[in-house]
Design a protein around this ligand. Structure first.
Ligand SMILES: NC(=O)c1ccc[n+]([C@@H]2O[C@H](COP(=O)([O-])OP(=O)(O)OC[C@H]3O[C@@H](n4cnc5c(N)ncnc54)[C@H](OP(=O)(O)O)[C@@H]3O)[C@@H](O)[C@H]2O)c1
Length: 230
């Protein structure tokens, strides 16, 4: 897909990988629609980037009423990148029930709600693509990540099923499974990681752009990217 003038929806575009994606797609002259939960951060993003191709919408992706409202304001959609996510780490008996619920709601229900709300508009695009950002924690169990892994494996299941449901349609579906990246994901939820040397989000964002840029005779169905062990 030639991304210039295409409408790209990115959830969680105010920070981390999502923010790198927003900047990269704008630099390629895509029309970028950011859905995120914090109106102040969205306002600051608009001010910082000062780009007419950027449109922002406040919604908590775990709240389907907010998702439906935000998505109804987006008039055209070619690409959806379900990126918004949150972290939870520890043993199951240490978790609070409400934190378990929140992680499943944001990381799993969020992409399902956003995809459902935007599907009619994606169907109107001549060439559409949905990319779901899971994690290498969505590929196998990891100690002290029982709920996060469950949310990301659930997202893998959603992605694979959607792929089958949309075979033969105009919509491609891909799962993206990154290893650790140098974002503030962990510290926002009280975990300090020495992640400065983990994968660089600007480089990871370029791989996602490359997936989107493939023409409609090919699909990069599942992409796993991890830091090279030297
Ligand atoms: N960092 C890693 O090592 C890593 C590894 C594998 C996979 N991932 C996945 O990659 C994705 C991006 O993570 P990141 O590391 O870039 O994290 P991040 O820097 O914390 O960015 C997450 C983004 O999602 C937004 N967000 C959080 N909860 C939301 C909600 N309920 N509704 C709408 N937006 C919400 C955040 O908004 P605020 O800025 O307001 O919080 C932020 O813009 C996530 O799905 C994550 O699980 C990350």
């Amino acid at each position: 897909m030639d991304i210039e003038d295409k409408h790209v929806v990115i959830t969680g575009g105010t920070d981390g990988l999502g923010l790198s994606l927003v900047k990269l797609f704008l630099a390629k002259s895509a029309i970028v629609h950011v859905i995120s939960k914090d109106p102040e951060k969205l306002k600051a993003l608009e001010k910082e980037l000062n780009n007419k191709l950027l449109h922002v919408y406040t919604a908590d992706v775990s709240d389907f009423n907010q998702v439906v409202k935000a998505c109804s304001e987006i008039w055209k959609v070619d690409v959806v990148i379900n990126n918004a996510g949150i972290w939870l780490e520890g043993l199951l008996d240490e978790y609070k029930y409400e934190d378990i619920s929140k992680v499943i709601d944001v990381n799993l229900k969020g992409p399902i709600y956003v995809t459902k709300a935007l599907l009619p508009k994606l169907k109107s695009s001549p060439d559409a693509h949905i990319i779901n950002i899971s994690s290498t924690s969505g590929l196998k169990g990891v100690a002290k990540q029982s709920v996060y892994v469950s949310s990301k494996m659930g997202l893998k299941g959603f992605t694979e099923t959607l792929k089958d449901d949309l075979v033969g349609s105009n919509i491609k579906v891909s799962g993206f499974y990154p290893g650790g990246m140098n974002t503030r994901l962990f510290e926002k939820f009280g975990t300090i990681k020495d992640n400065q040397k983990w994968m660089n989000i600007d480089k990871v964002a370029k791989i996602i752009l490359f997936m989107v840029e493939q023409d409609n005779t090919m699909v990069m169905g599942d992409v796993v990217v991890t830091k090279r062990v030297k």
